[in-house]
Design a protein around this ligand. Structure first.
Ligand code: URA
Length: 221
């Protein structure tokens, strides 16, 4: 079985429904001729779909309400509280999509960069909600390539007391190698993604990918 198929079939990998609409949105953001305005607009649409899908994986409890017709309705409400954590800088592009869906949601940030002397991902900055250990965490980073930054970030979250099975890692495109490595290293982690690509190049850019997400989103190409 090919690596992309293995990744796609992993039980803790949740891919968005592969609709024609999603394919059209992804085609626009992958196109090298797409303007920055359109890149931001259509990426935001995919991010919105991803956040909504992430919420589908949160636990709920039964809740009865009375409708304006005076009748009971047997519904549900979310059981726990959530927060976002974005991996700077590209992950910050996903914050608004989370806020659009979860009003006044708390959002922590981490800055992780490769230490050139050790070639290891190094944590430079983190600011997390104080009560993060009691929350579900939507971890935001648009591209999962090797997973080096995401692994470091998850280690930081675990040190802060977050339970591994309460972390949902949300990204737009992932490499199959990144997915399989992360899900093996963290046996309770779940990943929500739009598409799984073929591979990576020698500089660890995803192929076919969409280039550098942060540069295209923030206009720093
Ligand atoms: N980050 C990006 O922005 N693009 C890739 O292809 C990989 C990591």
């Amino acid at each position: 079985m090919s690596l992309p198929t293995q990744a796609a079939q992993h039980p803790r990998l949740h891919q968005l429904p592969q609709t024609k609409q999603l394919k059209a949105l992804m085609t626009i953001i992958r196109d090298q001729t797409t303007s920055r305005g359109d890149f931001v607009f259509y990426s935001d649409r995919v991010i919105r779909l991803l956040v909504e899908e992430g919420l589908n994986h949160l636990p709920v409890v039964n809740k009865e309400v009375i409708t304006p017709m005076g009748m009971p309705f047997q519904g549900v409400s979310f059981e726990g509280r959530i927060c976002g954590v974005s991996i700077m800088r590209a992950g910050e592009s996903m914050e608004q999509g989370l806020r659009d869906v979860c009003t006044s949601v708390r959002i922590g940030k981490v800055l992780i960069q490769r230490d050139e002397s050790t070639a290891q991902a190094k944590l430079y900055y983190s600011k997390l909600p104080k009560d993060i250990s009691n929350r579900w965490v939507l971890l935001l980073d648009p591209m999962l390539a090797t997973g080096g930054s995401a692994v470091k970030c998850i280690e930081t979250l675990l040190e802060a007391g977050v339970k591994e099975d309460r972390i949902l890692f949300i990204n737009l495109i992932c490499s199959p190698e990144g997915v399989l490595a992360m899900l093996e290293q963290f046996p309770k982690l779940q990943i929500i993604t739009a598409e799984i690509d073929e591979s990576m190049d020698v500089q660890r850019y995803i192929l076919p990918g969409l280039g550098d997400f942060g540069d295209r989103y923030f206009g720093t190409e």
